[in-house]
Design a protein around this ligand. Sequence first.
Ligand SMILES: NC(=O)c1ccc[n+]([C@@H]2O[C@H](COP(=O)([O-])OP(=O)(O)OC[C@H]3O[C@@H](n4cnc5c(N)ncnc54)[C@H](O)[C@@H]3O)[C@@H](O)[C@H]2O)c1
Length: 389
Amino acid sequence: MGLRVAVIGLGRGAVLTVPALAAQARIELVAGCDPDPAARAGFAARHGVPACETVEALLANADFDAAYIASPHEFHAAHTLAMAGAAKHVLVEKPMAVTLVEAASMIRAAETAGTVLMVGPSHGYDPPVEAAAALVASGAVGGVRLIHAFNYTDFLYRPRRPAELDTARGGGVILSQATHQIDMVRRIAASPVTSVRAWTGGWDARVTEGAFTALLFFANGAVANLTYSGYARYDSDALAGWVGEMGGAKSPAAHGQARALLAAIDERQAKAARTFAAGAVSSGASKHHERFGSVLITCEQADLALTPSGLDIHADDGVRRVAVPLPSIPRAGVAEAFAHAVLDGWPVPFDGRWGLESLAICHAILLSAREGRDVTPSELYPNVSERTL
Ligand SMILES: NC(=O)c1ccc[n+]([C@@H]2O[C@H](COP(=O)([O-])OP(=O)(O)OC[C@H]3O[C@@H](n4cnc5c(N)ncnc54)[C@H](O)[C@@H]3O)[C@@H](O)[C@H]2O)c1
């Protein structure tokens, strides 16, 4: 039997992920939900299924088993609770929620309902990350010692909603972008993060965090160094032959124009232009994997560099290129994992507990930067019950 999925929030995130859900053989897209009539119309035209204005109307009118929640961060908890209350399984976008209290309530709701709660997609699911994690877990290159993740983008100067530029509502680069790097390095290091020391920066008209650097210390002795800037000047995709985040080719000529483009147009309209509301589509299958900046993993016996095609293993006897098979469509693995979790009872790569821990690391970055001290992420959620965690 297949999995009937409804999509809540028909914006940019949904444009990028719905094609993988629609292409998964055991998933049937049955409905959408968005307060914006243009988004509903665009989704219905593209996928041939109706869309409702509210979550309440969706629950009342559509017959479905699971929801992919891609509404803005601040609605993730309420939408997950509404779905779990109706015994629907949930795939919720990253970050799982804005606050840790919300995240814990989502875990409890799914536990009570006996439903699947999966967090994603994030770049922690990218096939080269999965391949590096599997190689490390095999023991073939020794233990992980140091992971370096580095990304310079135009995140802050893509068209944004006000909440995306408001730290208190989950805006800025920490919850939206650090989450990707955190998921990648956690998957590879495969050990709890015991301590975080970070700096964040915000220094222009977009008043929120636009850059950060953080050291994550893992229980197994590994350390990760994450650096990110979203100020739209240097673009680190230059280091990967101009292969962009979704694995497609980028034009070096377009580099650095984000600020000028944004200054010349209405931001609300520009935001809508990237969504179903304006008929936007994902770039679809591409020649390379999805990626999120540079990632270099130093193990005891080799250095592993993630590449757009897979990974390069730098060992004492030279460099070995490992081509990781491309999925039929970006994010196919996420859709497949969700189908397996619900229909076959398989464990999900990133469950509610995983999402809460990644969110706690985001908050540890913010707190460490604010107070100039080391922060233990698990100390940020002392009231979440032992049974849940
Ligand atoms: N994994 C990824 O690669 C990726 C990429 C983009 C966005 N995202 C995530 O997706 C989420 C949405 O971000 P976005 O960039 O798509 O924003 P967006 O503004 O493009 O889209 C949000 C959509 O949600 C709708 N919405 C608002 N309130 C709603 C409600 N109460 N019920 C249903 N829909 C509602 C809006 O009308 C809009 O269509 C965020 O959590 C973001 O982190 C993930």
